[in-house]
Design a protein around this ligand. Structure first.
Ligand code: GAL
Length: 337
């Protein structure tokens, strides 16, 4: 088996980020910690384990990140049936999503970035039953403001649906060092989309008076104990919030912070929603970096994206892409320590 190549993005402040072409997966996020560093990205010790292990850790997700109910949607009167890889729903693009595809990687010059790479792929017409040939590029860039910039672009030759995101899990104590329950979470949103049967019901609900009101930072451990039905049934967060800003405009979506170390991550994005997931599915069976098992709440994923099941919800922002249009979305993770 040939060795999996890793690519590095480093800045002058000591921030160092690594990724691989397979799934575009972010494999390391090293932030300075005194004279050393701490890796805050969940994952595995070797790049090959990233290819073989839990499919979504660190990955780029597409063509449609998140869930589509029963894998079914209609466009211009035609019904499409996608893979029901998260029974009975479609999740993160299906069995051969962008998270398992090999992206073409080339270094590029990018204004404002110390270092940048362009990842590209062509998803053929009919790929996993999605209509249209989709040409996708993702730019990963690092700045001297300690940001990881992620810029998505996609074009199609037939009307289709697109929802792209990045799926790292972070633990600001350092990956493998317990859970994120002592972190605080802030989400810039007055509304969220409650779950019906695994996907949003279509309701857009005010967060006021619920554990989804994170306009002021709150400790994750306190919130996931709530008996509020939407939390209790999931034992945590696995929900989409409606970010307080017009879609397409860059703004703060969420911030996670660890009070003892002072480390934080701010997520800025042009996307209309953010799915926040506190990693309840990890059950300790699979091992990650340094052979430490992935346990519930061992990381948090903050996935700026369109709304889940948008193709079946006419009141959600459209995720339809037509020929001649360019899908463009940006996510920035800003790291602080
Ligand atoms: C998240 C999703 C979770 C889970 C995870 C992948 O985006 O919200 O429910 O499926 O991806 O394991």
């Amino acid at each position: 088996m040939s060795e999996v190549k890793t690519y590095q993005l480093t800045n002058k402040n000591g921030l160092s980020i690594e990724f691989i072409a397979q799934g575009g997966k972010l494999t390391k996020v090293l932030i300075p910690n005194g004279k050393s560093y701490v890796d805050i990205a969940l994952g595995y010790d070797t790049a090959q384990q990233f290819v073989d292990g839990d499919l979504y850790i660190g990955a780029l997700c597409g063509r449609f990140a998140n869930r589509i109910e029963n894998g079914k949607f209609a466009l211009n009167g035609q019904t499409f049936q996608l893979e029901q890889n998260d029974n009975p729903n479609h999740l993160h693009g299906g069995f051969k999503g962008f998270n398992v595809k090999e992206w073409n990687v080339e270094p590029i010059e990018k204004e404002g970035c110390t270092k940048a790479f362009k990842l590209s792929l062509v998803s053929p017409d009919g790929d996993s039953n999605y209509p249209g040939e989709l040409k996708v590029t993702t730019i990963y860039g690092i700045t001297e403001k300690n940001e990881l910039l992620i810029e998505f672009e996609a074009v199609t030759n037939k009307t289709t649906i697109v929802n792209l995101t990045s799926h790292p899990y972070f633990n600001l104590n350092g990956t493998g060092n317990g859970t994120v329950l002592n972190h605080t979470l802030q989400v810039n949103a007055n509304e969220f989309t409650p779950l019906g049967n695994g996907v949003p019901s279509g309701e857009i609900r005010k967060v006021a008076g619920t554990p989804f009101d994170l306009n002021q930072p709150k400790e994750i451990g306190d919130q996931v104990k709530s008996d509020y039905e939407q939390i209790a049934r999931m034992k945590g967060y696995d929900h989409n919030w409606v970010v307080n800003k017009p879609s397409g405009i860059m703004g703060l979506a969420a911030k996670v912070a660890e009070p003892v170390s002072g480390r934080f991550i701010e997520v800025y994005s042009t996307q209309p929603g953010i799915q926040i997931y506190t990693a309840m599915h990890f059950d300790g069976k699979e091992k990650g970096k340094d052979n430490v098992p992935f346990i519930p709440y061992c990381g948090i994923a903050m996935e700026a994206q369109g709304f889940p099941d948008a193709p079946n919800k006419s009141n959600f922002p459209s995720c339809v892409l037509n020929p001649g249009e360019v899908y463009k979305q940006t996510i920035i993770y800003k790291f602080g320590w």
